[in-house]
Design a protein around this ligand. Structure first.
Ligand SMILES: Cc1ncc(COP(=O)(O)O)c(C=O)c1O
Length: 391
């Protein structure tokens, strides 16, 4: 559990540092797929779980475990389970905890691949999903069915930055005896700890802010419940979406600067959002730190800052959106987010392109919507680039 006397900034650097007998100051990386045992008996004991030493790379690696343990501390969780990507984390939770005939309730606004996983993959195995309009909080209770097993939400959502009251949904999940899973990719454990608001499981695409420099893919699952942990871990070791030790090491390095970066991302994003609001060609800006944001009160309730992601609607549809994107000189055209470099994305034709028109409409992804990941360049330079592009 989290040491209450230390701040997230300290724990992201210091918690559960693995150090070998040679006393290296920086974290070691153990690039090995197998381990050597002293005897056949020791191998058998390890595989039987009587000795907690490592067994095989798909199942255990000290560098991966160091990342898992640090993330667990940051999320106030007993367990962390690392995965190869963020989608692997979401898939592992679903396949570990759901069976044919079960029902999911999810927020209408979600990352495109998550919707694809629910509607195309899980649906084939007899798991159904109902979507709740984020602007209608009472929709969660109304959507509960006798077979509802799991509630899933992002907050802030990708790409509209809508906020959902985690505590309120957690109460509904509890009444329905269902599991609440929160995707905390946009928030990171520095801005938000969903388990403290009643969620059962937190998932991350660590590919984003945890890495922070767009170098490696990773996912993370944090939770307290022992039985659910065992089910999820069993899926990872069996189905094999294991995180590589090299990527775990990159993530551990990313954690060192996470708190500093999230403060800067948040401060610059607010400046960019306020500037965008004043532009005649921009019809709407979605950023939780703006007074115009419909759920701004939830920032105070469950977040320590508003984060580095925003989106906006430009007048003139897809043509105008693409024109603005193509004219950016400093800002990168890419689909990643949470990078030190600012990134501009057209969700309708990239991250949400594989969805049907109806699915896209449900997420609020229009042709004129632009997603913007505010990087760590000076805020004025980001604004200047957008200004030259808009003009
Ligand atoms: C909110 C959210 N969840 C999950 C994912 C999936 O993460 P990954 O690309 O690491 O699989 C993403 C990716 O953009 C995301 O934005």
């Amino acid at each position: 559990m989290k040491n209450k006397q230390q701040h997230a900034a300290t724990q992201a650097i210091r918690a559960n540092q693995l150090r070998t007998s040679i006393g290296e100051h920086s974290e070691a990386v153990f690039l090995t797929s197998g381990y050597v045992f002293d005897s056949a008996q020791e191998a058998a004991q390890r595989f039987a779980g009587d000795d907690d030493g490592p067994t095989y790379g798909r199942i255990s690696n000290p560098t991966v475990q160091a990342f898992e343990q640090r993330m667990a501390v940051l999320e106030y969780a007993r367990h962390g389970v690392a995965t190869a990507t963020g989608m692997a984390a979401i898939n592992a939770v679903m396949t570990a905890l759901l069976s044919s005939g079960d029902h999911i309730i999810a927020s209408s606004s979600l990352f495109g691949a998550t919707i694809g996983l629910f509607d195309k993959v899980l649906a084939r195995f007899g798991v159904t999903t109902s979507y709740v309009d984020v602007s209608q909080p009472d929709g969660w209770a109304k959507a509960v069915q006798s077979n509802t097993k799991l509630l899933f939400l992002e907050t802030p959502t990708n790409p509209l930055c809508e906020l959902i009251d985690i505590q309120a949904v957690a109460q509904i999940a509890q009444q329905a005896k269902a599991i609440l899973v929160v995707d905390n990719t946009y928030g990171t454990p520095v801005l938000q700890n969903p388990l403290l608001h009643g969620a059962d499981i937190v998932v991350h695409s660590a590919t984003k802010y945890i890495d922070g420099q767009g170098r490696a893919m990773a996912g993370m699952i944090c939770l307290n419940d022992e039985d659910m942990h065992d089910e999820i871990f069993s899926i990872i070791r069996t189905a094999g979406a294991t995180l590589s030790p090299m990527n775990a090491w990159v993530m551990n390095q990313g954690l060192h600067t996470l708190a500093l970066r999230m403060a800067q991302h948040s401060s610059s994003a607010l400046q960019v959002a306020q500037w965008l609001q004043q532009q005649k060609s921009v019809s709407q800006v979605f950023y939780p730190g703006l007074d115009s944001h419909p759920q701004q009160h939830l920032v105070e309730k469950q977040q320590s800052a508003s984060g580095g992601m925003l989106s906006f609607e430009i007048k003139g549809g897809r043509r105008a959106a693409w024109k603005l994107i193509d004219r950016c000189k400093l800002v990168s055209i890419s689909v990643n987010l949470g990078d030190s470099r600012s990134i501009i994305t057209h969700p309708a034709s990239t991250s949400h392109a594989r969805l049907s028109d109806e699915q896209r409409a449900r997420c609020g992804v229009t042709d004129s919507l632009i997603r913007f990941s505010v990087g760590l360049e000076h805020a004025q330079d980001i604004i200047d680039d957008l200004a030259q592009s808009l003009n």
